[in-house]
Structures are given as structure tokens and as C-alpha cells.
Design a protein around this ligand. Structure first.
Ligand code: ADP
Ligand code: ADP
Length: 226
């Protein structure tokens, strides 16, 4: 049972005189509930693949199925709804709103997802405690460590309770202590049933994965079950 499936996915970027074939026929299947790592050299298409799976960009060719639905056939508003229901994103640079507290950052995502206003406060508090930041509700991003900021970003990604978490180098900008905290949070979410897909250069993370997908020259050159 795959929560994510790609079928012959190609992505070409046309930038004036430069054409980049970022993905060249990618077929992968990510099992529901799995902890999956996407690895491979820089510039070979990992982020592009994550963006396409997350519905942030569209493939040049091929199909992408999320929970069985072909997202390449969805119009903008239906795609946005599917994204809000099914997918949480975490990026390398946390992208938190600097003027808002941790709780407000999480609540903002709930507002954007259209969740009822009355549940925002309590739910934001629950999610912050889920990522170990119960006491940081009012802290601004500048008052938090990198690892704490990333855990706020994870709480924000959980705002709408999506089954699928896509993380593009979530620990790429963290020292090793912060990385350990963030990994601990990610492990916990996986245990609770989330499907976690991580792009990483960290072999220690990849070793823990149930599935490692290696992307090279725009192609998936191996799904190794570990
Ligand atoms: P990775 O995540 O493995 O480092 P990327 O998916 O970011 O690789 O990039 C794959 C290739 O596509 C690279 O050659 C990169 O320069 C190119 N690329 C990525 N995004 C864009 C874009 N928005 N416009 C043009 N080229 C891009
Ligand atoms: P528990 O271990 O009781 O699930 P949580 O803090 O994870 O503790 O959840 C408390 C309640 O909030 C649960 O009833 C659950 O349904 C809900 N909940 C937890 N996480 C989310 C989420 N990401 N999205 C929506 N609801 C959630």
C-alpha cells in the first residue's frame, strides 16, 4: 500500500538558454507509514522530486499519486486542498514568521488550513508539547535554538494532521545536539503512524530508514530495503 507513487516522472527546467533535465523518468513507491530517506549527490534532483511529490510544482511528464489520487490532474484549488489535508512540509531553513511566537506560528498554519478558530489555541499547545516545546509557546524564533525552531516548524507541519510528512534536509542547518533533538521528534511521529520522507546527507539517519531511495542524475537508481 503506497501513500506516494510516481510513474515515469520527468522534470525539465527551461531557463532562457539553459535547459536542465532535473528528473529523467522516476518511478518510486513509498509505503504508507514508512520512514523513507531520499539520498544522493547535490544537484541531482532530490529537492525537485520532493517539490513534485508535495504538489508545490508540476512534472513535465508522468504521474504522481498521493493516496491513489493523481495530483498531476488536479486544478489549483483542488490541489491546494489535497495538500492541506495530506501533506506537511519541513524545510532546511525553518521559514518561521519572525514576528510571531511559537504558538502563533502554529496557529497561523491552522488558520490557513481553515481549521475552526476555537480549537487553535489548545491544539497549538498540544502540538508544541508533542515536539517537546510546551514551555516555549510565547517565544519568538530569535529566542529559540535552531533545533527548537525546527521543532516549531514540525509542529506547524502537523497543524492539519496530515498523514505524510515531507522533510527536505530538516537537520542540514543544525549542530549535532539539535539534530539529535529533531531526530527524536521525527522518530516519535513515525512511531505514531506518520509516513516520514526525508531528504538527507546524513548516513546515520539513512541507516535508520526502512527504505532508502537513491537519486542520481535525475533517476532513482535503487530502492534498497534496509
Ligand atoms: P538536489 O536537491 O539533489 O540538490 P535539485 O532538485 O535542487 O537537486 O536540482 C536538480 C537540478 O535542477 C540542478 O541542476 C538544479 O540546478 C536544477 N534546478 C532546480 N531547481 C531549479 C529551478 N527552479 N530552475 C532551474 N533549475 C533548477
Ligand atoms: P495523544 O497521545 O493523546 O494522541 P497528542 O498530543 O498527540 O496526544 O494528541 C492529543 C489529541 O490531539 C488527540 O486526540 C489527537 O486526535 C489530536 N491530535 C494530535 N496530533 C494531531 C495532529 N497533528 N492533527 C490533528 N489532531 C491531532
Amino acid at each position: 500500500d503506497a501513500i506516494v507513487r510516481t510513474e515515469s516522472v520527468f522534470k525539465t527546467y527551461n531557463g532562457g538558454s539553459v535547459t536542465t533535465h532535473a528528473l529523467r523518468g522516476v518511478d518510486i513507491a513509498i509505503p504508507r507509514g514508512s520512514f523513507t530517506c531520499i539520498v544522493g549527490p547535490s544537484g541531482h534532483g532530490k529537492s525537485t522530486l520532493m517539490h513534485l511529490i508535495g504538489g508545490l510544482d508540476r512534472p513535465s511528464k508522468g504521474r504522481i499519486l498521493i493516496d491513489g489520487a493523481d495530483i498531476t490532474r488536479l486544478g489549483g484549488s483542488r490541489l491546494a486542498r489535497l495538500r492541506a489535508e495530506k501533506i506537511g512540509f519541513v524545510f532546511q531553513f525553518f521559514n518561521l514568521m519572525p514576528g510571531l511566537g511559537a504558538g502563533e506560528n502554529v496557529e497561523l498554519a491552522m488558520m490557513l488550513a481553515g481549521r475552526p478558530q476555537k480549537e487553535h489555541g489548545e491544539r497549538a499547545a498540544e502540538l508544541l508539547s508533542l515536539v517537546g516545546l510546551a514551555d516555549k509557546q510565547l517565544a519568538r524564533p530569535s529566542e529559540l535554538s535552531g533545533g527548537q525552531q525546527q521543532r516549531v516548524a514540525i509542529a506547524r507541519a502537523l497543524a492539519n494532521d496530515p498523514p505524510l510528512l515531507l522533510m527536505d534536509e530538516p537537520t542540514g542547518n543544525l549542530d549535532s545536539a539539535s539534530e539529535a533533538d529533531v531526530l527524536d521528534t521525527i522518530r516519535r511521529l513515525h512511531k505514531e503512524g506518520k509516513t516520514v520522507v526525508i531528504v538527507t546527507h546524513n548516513n546515520d539517519i539513512a541507516r535508520e530508514a526502512e527504505l532508502v531511495i537513491r537519486i542520481k542524475d535525475g533517476q532513482a537508481i535503487g530502492q534498497e530495503a534496509l
